[in-house]
Design a protein around this ligand. Structure first.
Ligand code: ZN
Ligand code: ZN
Length: 367
């Protein structure tokens, strides 16, 4: 079938929205008609050429939500008409990692996905006979996509697909970091560094876990206001000495849980150092630039602080994204407060500009 899609032709150049060919689903795959897709930093980062593992030409986008239109042979958990969220972080339930029960990082299709191919090593996207690769296994800056069954989460049809798109990446990453990876205990004190999509998700996650005090630190007054609306009890403008202030306000010990959601290694260090001595747990959810390293003074670990990372917030995507969407439907997560702009597919480059200017939390393309 012919679809409209935003193609990254060359690094550092605007995306080119055009007609491309999308082949039908093969064994274990489903065709999804997309209704909405969030515009994320990872798309922008890849488009800029800063990511050495990027590839062109490809169709960008990975925060999609839509409706299943067709399924290939052997697909048993999805049917035509199902509402789904696209997952750059699949969950097969059977590979060595999934079976361990210890991680959400599925390795079943990792190799091909990293190279821009579907699990059988081919693409469903093409243009005049030339293959177009699939970005993050998703390619959702498009009217439709074909993805593996294990990379689609079936969600309640009652949830708006625009809201569902946010659960495909940053929002679930933040929520999951607090709810699943750190598993914040009720009554605890939490600090969230960064009030972008991931940080706001972490603030909401800490609230849902029953945290007593949630301090959110950011540079933007507007974002801090959103943090307050989503459960932050304290909003602080990021300044020098923030670690000392946290230690001081927590009886001289530090916070039970800290979350880093800026991707800056200097802030990661602050998140480590403001975790409580004895048991403080620092969860790194932001993505640092390639090759950057995090400095930690070993004494901080010696005194009992712990540091962990989380990919997709530790969320077991296929199982837990539907549960997070249920929390949204129950009124527990104010997703609408995060959608700052609604754009058409043709305005996708405008979405990048808005992000570059730090205008709003999330732009959503609506097809
Ligand atoms: Zn993303
Ligand atoms: Zn797996």
């Amino acid at each position: 079938m012919q679809i409209r899609a935003a193609v990254l032709e060359e690094f550092g150049k605007p995306l080119a929205v055009q007609d491309v060919e999308l082949a039908g689903p093969r064994s274990g795959e489903a065709l999804v008609k997309l209704h909405a897709c969030g515009v994320c930093h990872t798309d922008l980062y890849t488009a800029s050429g800063a990511d050495p593992s990027g590839y062109v030409p490809c169709v960008l986008g990975h925060e999609g939500a839509g409706v299943v239109e067709a399924v290939g042979d052997g697909v048993s958990s999805l049917a035509v008409g199902d509402h789904v969220v696209t997952l750059f972080s699949p969950f097969c339930g059977e590979c060595v990692n999934c079976a361990s029960g210890k991680t959400n990082v599925c390795v079943a299709i990792r190799e091909q996905q990293n190279r821009g191919y579907l699990p059988d090593g081919s693409t469903r996207l093409s243009r005049g006979g030339e293959e177009l690769r699939h970005f993050m296994g998703c390619s959702t800056f498009a009217e439709a996509t074909v993805m593996p069954e294990i990379a689609l989460a079936k969600v309640s049809p009652e949830a708006s697909l625009e809201a569902c798109a946010l659960f495909a990446c940053g929002l679930s990453t933040g929520l999951g970091a607090a709810m699943y990876r750190a598993a914040v205990e009720p009554g605890s004190t939490c600090v969230v560094f960064g009030a972008g999509m991931v940080g706001l998700g972490a603030v909401a996650g800490c609230r849902l876990q029953g945290a007593d005090r949630i301090i959110c630190v950011d540079l933007s007054a507007e974002r801090l206001e959103l943090a307050a609306r989503n459960g932050a009890t304290d909003t602080w403008t990021a300044t020098e000495g923030v670690v000392e202030r946290i230690v001081e306000e927590t009886g001289g010990y530090g916070a039970d849980y800290t979350f880093e959601a800026t991707g800056l290694v200097s802030v990661m260090r602050q998140a480590v150092e403001s975790a409580r001595m004895g048991w403080g747990l620092c969860t790194i959810a932001g993505v640092a630039g390639k090759g950057e390293t995090l400095d930690i003074v070993p004494r901080f670990l010696m005194q009992g602080r712990r540091v962990q990372g989380a990919s997709f917030g530790g969320v077991r995507s296929r199982e837990q994204v539907p549960l997070l969407v249920e929390r949204y439907l129950a009124g527990d997560i104010d997703v609408d407060s995060f959608i700052s702009h609604r754009l058409t597919l043709d305005e996708v480059n405008r979405g990048f500009e808005l992000m570059h200017d730090q205008d709003g939390i999330r732009s959503v393309l609506v097809f």
